[in-house]
Design a protein around this ligand. Structure first.
Ligand code: F6R
Length: 236
């Protein structure tokens, strides 16, 4: 994994956006897998400002809460529309997001996995949880996991409670699996802030283990970690 150290969050956002722009320039029909959360917000802002042409590109949302749909403001689909999709020019038919309200969530995940298999992800952008999750692949997730319904850990539900007015975070979610993520041609993992310093140390210096789902990315042949000073402060 190549490590790119930057000064702070705004530099991280600019760097991430320029890496995406480079890939899009090489391949206008780029298939992206994209995360939500606090970390990529600056990148989305930068990407929007760059006025890039996404008309031939495809995007897959990385994960979603079970029980939520695009009309729910806490849903990742809603986040993605507000922060990125409504501001750029993806074609509707090239945007794939989970329907967390589907009657059969397992089938929803199976269909999603098939769509990804068909299109093939060129570039997966990821954030990392304090417990080492990527997407909603929580500690203990198999490296051979595909897109599926998962139970969220207490730590993840606590971290995300700030986004829910009544603090009631769903207990289940749908996520692109670790094997599916690893199938991407390129992976860019973003980490910012001191609260990620411990997990970044484990990721870079620790063992590859199911207990740290993100650690599998160390075995990918084209993975880049973009990390700011605060998140990399414990690295040797
Ligand atoms: C979000 C996602 C999560 C986040 C992670 C970090 O779609 O898949 O894995 O990337 O929880 O979240 P932030 O960026 O809010 O620290």
């Amino acid at each position: 994994m190549i490590i790119i150290k930057v000064k702070d969050y705004s530099e991280l956002s600019r760097k991430a956006a320029s890496l995406v722009a480079e890939e899009l320039a090489k391949k206008p029909d780029l298939a992206l897998c994209l995360p939500t959360g606090a970390t990529p917000l600056g990148m989305y802002e930068q990407l929007t400002d760059k006025n890039l042409d996404f008309s031939k590109a495809t995007m897959f949302l990385l994960d979603e809460y079970a029980g939520l749909g695009v009309d729910d403001e806490e849903s990742f689909a809603c986040y993605m529309c507000l922060n990125f999709l409504d501001l750029v020019n993806f074609r509707k038919e090239n945007v794939f997001m989970f329907n967390g309200k589907a009657a059969d969530l397992d089938k929803e995940c199976e269909d999603y996995e098939k769509k990804i298999e068909e299109k093939k992800i060129d570039l997966a952008i990821l954030g990392i949880g304090k417990n080492g999750h990527v997407g909603f692949n929580e500690p203990g997730s198999s490296f051979s996991s595909q897109t599926r319904v998962v139970s969220l850990s207490e730590q993840t539900r606590e971290s995300n409670a700030k986004y829910f007015e009544k603090g009631e975070v769903p207990s289940k979610a749908l996520t692109v699996g670790l094997k599916t993520i690893m199938g991407a041609k390129k992976i860019i993992l973003l980490a910012s802030g001191a609260e990620k310093a411990e997990v970044i140390k484990q990721l870079v210096e620790g063992e590859i283990s199911y207990q740290l789902p993100a650690s599998v990315i160390n075995t990918h042949k084209d993975a880049v970690l973009v990390v700011d000073r605060a998140a990399s402060k414990l690295l040797k």
